[in-house]
Ligand binder design. Structure first.
Ligand SMILES: O=C(O)C(=O)C[C@]1(C(=O)O)C=C[C@@H](O)C=C1
Length: 351
């Protein structure tokens, strides 16, 4: 069981003071390339996108959700717009209420979050930025409540799954809710004394809850990758620095053979892949994945054999264009999901 860490000593600031002081500061970057996963402190390394512009970023959940941290890390001065679902966040961009939507798409524990990837494929938004966050989970409860008084724990299903071992040790009943910060909000507004929430220490501070335990996640290296999405722009976008491109390839079947051909198209041109994932929903007993064909008047097409690829390089690069042409020759459909600045950092937030 993780060490007990109380953030609210008796003379700690009031809830309103805490809310006033609540600002997002990115204080460290955990270098993804550091094999020993050492934390590199003190790097003031906000990733790109003009921090002067007050862009509106839609996210799923309540204030204090991890997706909101991801948005604030990617675009420090952005205004965040809470939404009920990821689909609502995407719709906010489509209807102009927001400039970006933020979507968690991968985690070290879950792999690709197909639930969100599928959503991305159905809609006409482009990836503009990637951001990887180190996710710390805390056990939060109403002030004064002790661990022994708890019977139930509420959180986002992913957070409950990531903290399975600790929850079993505590013998708590699990109940999924929409998002981690929403769980905290629910606990506070209903003054639930037998219930804990799993969320970030920041959400605990924001809503004035006690942190009963920190570092609740089963794996010590728990990173979630988020994507920022925007409406497609007609003008060609030039990425400054190292670029990365995400794409989806649909084919008729025989995944291993197609996979080899995709690999060969890239490796023969010395293009490095950062993600390669096969999704054959029919094998899992699921229906086909619906993918928006942006070239065919935005019609939805159903595919049962898909490969998700991320690679280093820009679609402006001649070698990349050649590789894409080769892939188009043996697949039934190819869609570029975005070309954006590569960011291999893992960002960590201090509380
Ligand atoms: O509930 C939140 O706080 C979220 O931002 C969502 C979400 C997810 O959907 O995976 C994001 C990161 C964490 O892994 C847990 C939950």
């Amino acid at each position: 069981m993780a060490a007990v860490a109380h953030l609210n000593p008796p003379n700690s600031p009031s809830l309103s003071e805490r809310r006033r002081n609540h600002n997002f500061r990115l204080l460290s970057v955990v270098s993804a390339s550091a094999k020993n996963k050492l934390r590199v402190n003190g790097i003031n390394g906000f990733p790109s996108d003009d921090p002067c512009l007050s862009l509106r970023v839609a996210f799923q959940g309540s204030h204090g959700a991890y997706s909101e941290f991801a948005a604030k890390t990617a675009i420090p001065n952005c205004a965040t717009l809470p939404c009920r679902s990821f689909s609502d966040a995407i719709a906010a961009v489509e209807n102009g209420r927001a400039d970006r939507a933020v979507l968690p798409v991968e985690s070290t524990m879950e792999g690709t979050a197909l639930r969100n990837y599928d959503l991305l494929l159905r809609r006409d938004l482009r990836i503009t930025q990637e951001i990887s966050l180190f996710v710390h989970y805390c056990l939060l409860a109403m002030p004064g409540v002790r661990t022994t008084e708890l019977r139930r724990v509420i959180s986002h299903p992913m957070a409950l799954a990531h903290c399975g071992r600790a929850i079993s040790q505590l013998g708590l009943r699990r109940e999924p809710v929409e998002d981690t910060a929403g769980a905290v909000q629910m606990l506070r507004s209903h003054r639930l004394l037998d219930t804990a929430a799993i969320a970030s220490p920041r959400a605990g501070l924001l809503y004035g809850l006690d942190v009963l335990a920190d570092g609740l996640q089963d794996a010590s290296w728990n990173v979630t990758r988020f994507l920022l999405l925007s409406k497609p722009v007609t003008a060609a976008t030039t990425v400054s620095g190292k670029a990365k491109t995400s794409m989806v390839v649909a084919h008729r079947g025989g995944s291993m053979m197609v996979l080899l051909k995709v690999l060969s198209a890239f490796s023969s041109r010395n293009i490095n892949l950062t993600k390669l994932e096969v999704n054959n929903p029919s094998i899992e007993g699921q229906g086909p994945v619906m993918v928006l064909d942006v070239k065919a008047m935005g019609s939805l097409r159903a595919f049962s054999h898909l490969i998700y690829v991320d690679f280093e390089g820009s679609t402006e690069d001649f070698r990349v264009q050649e590789a894409l042409e080769e892939i188009a020759g043996f697949s039934v459909f190819v869609r570029i999901l975005g070309c954006y600045a590569a960011d291999s950092n893992v960002y960590d937030l201090h509380y």
